[in-house]
Write a protein that binds this ligand. Structure first.
Ligand SMILES: [Zn+2]
Length: 261
C-alpha cells in the first residue's frame, strides 16, 4: 500500500513544466542529477530558469527516477517608465562607478557558499501590496532597457525592511542604480537583495536572522517614487521572488519533504 501511494505521489513528477524566470523545485531523499544547473537546500533541489531561457526540455534524475522538465515561455507584461535622463543614459563620469558596482555584484552572485543558512520557510520583507511584479519588460523613457529583475512592494520612506530568511550580509552600501542596497547570502548560491533603501540597520559581515530589520525603505537610486525592490538571485540568475517563496514554503511545509539534518 505504501508503495502504491508513493508511486502515485511520484507520478506527477515524471513530467513537469516551469516558466522562464521561475525556479523549479523538487524534493528528494538521496540524490538529484541533471545537466541543468541546480543547488540543494535541505532535501529540496532548486533549478533556476533564466528569464531568457524561454523553452526547452531538460531531464532531471530524482532518486533514480527520471523527470522530464518542459520550460515554457511566460507572458510577462510591459511597462513604460519615466525617470531622470541621467539614469537612462548615465553621464560619462559615473560610468566607471556603474561598471565597478556591476562587477562587484556579479562576483557576489557567482560565489556559491557551501554552507546553508536556511532552516525555516521564507517570509516577505514587508507586509504590503505588490506594485510591480517580476519579469515586466521595461521601457525607460521609451526605449527597452531590461526586464524587471525583482518584485516591487509599496513602501513609504522609512518602512522597516526585514530579512526574508537567515543569512550573512555581504553588501550594505549606496549604489548608482539600486540606491541604498543590502544583499544577504543565504548559502548554496542563494542571495536576497533589497534596493532603494534610505537607512541601513546592518553592515557587511553581520549575521542576520529571518524577520530582523535590516534597513528602512526609501527612494534612492533609479526610481520613480518610494518603494522596496526585492531580488532573489539563485546561481547567478534573477528569479521571480514570489514564485520562489511560495513554492519553497509549500515544499518545506509538506510532510512529503524530508526534514534537512
Ligand atoms: Zn523594482
Amino acid at each position: 500500500m505504501r508503495q502504491i501511494i508513493s508511486l502515485l505521489l511520484a507520478l506527477p513528477l515524471l513530467a513537469a513544466t516551469i516558466h522562464n524566470g521561475e525556479t523549479f523545485m523538487v524534493p528528494f531523499n538521496h540524490k538529484v542529477r541533471s545537466k541543468l544547473p541546480h543547488t540543494t537546500i535541505g532535501h529540496i533541489a532548486l533549478f533556476p530558469i533564466g528569464y531568457y531561457h524561454r523553452k526547452g526540455r531538460k531531464v532531471i534524475e530524482v532518486d533514480g527516477k527520471k523527470v522530464v522538465l518542459r520550460i515554457l515561455p511566460k507572458r510577462y507584461k510591459r511597462e513604460q517608465l519615466r525617470v531622470a535622463p541621467s539614469k537612462v543614459k548615465p553621464p560619462a563620469k559615473v560610468k566607471r562607478r556603474i561598471e565597478a558596482e556591476y562587477r562587484e555584484a556579479q562576483k557576489i552572485y557567482g560565489t556559491v557558499t557551501g554552507r546553508n543558512y536556511i532552516h525555516k520557510p521564507f517570509i516577505l520583507p514587508i507586509k504590503s501590496s505588490v506594485t510591480s511584479p517580476f519579469g515586466t519588460a521595461r521601457l525607460f523613457n521609451g526605449s527597452l532597457k531590461s526586464y524587471h529583475s525583482g518584485t516591487d512592494f509599496r513602501a513609504p520612506v522609512g518602512t522597516p525592511v526585514r530579512a526574508i530568511n537567515d543569512g550573512r550580509v555581504v553588501l550594505a552600501k549606496r549604489r548608482y542604480y539600486a540606491g541604498g542596497s543590502v544583499i544577504i547570502d543565504h548559502g548554496r548560491g542563494l542571495y536576497s537583495c533589497y534596493y532603494h533603501l534610505s537607512k541601513f540597520k546592518v553592515k557587511k559581515g553581520d549575521r542576520v536572522r529571518r524577520g530582523e530589520v535590516i534597513a528602512l525603505s526609501g527612494k534612492s537610486g533609479r526610481v520613480t517614487g518610494p518603494h522596496l525592490h526585492l531580488t532573489i538571485k539563485l546561481l547567478g540568475k534573477s528569479v521571480d521572488p514570489l514564485q520562489f517563496i511560495e513554492r519553497f514554503n509549500t515544499l518545506w511545509n509538506s510532510s512529503l519533504t524530508p526534514r534537512s539534518p
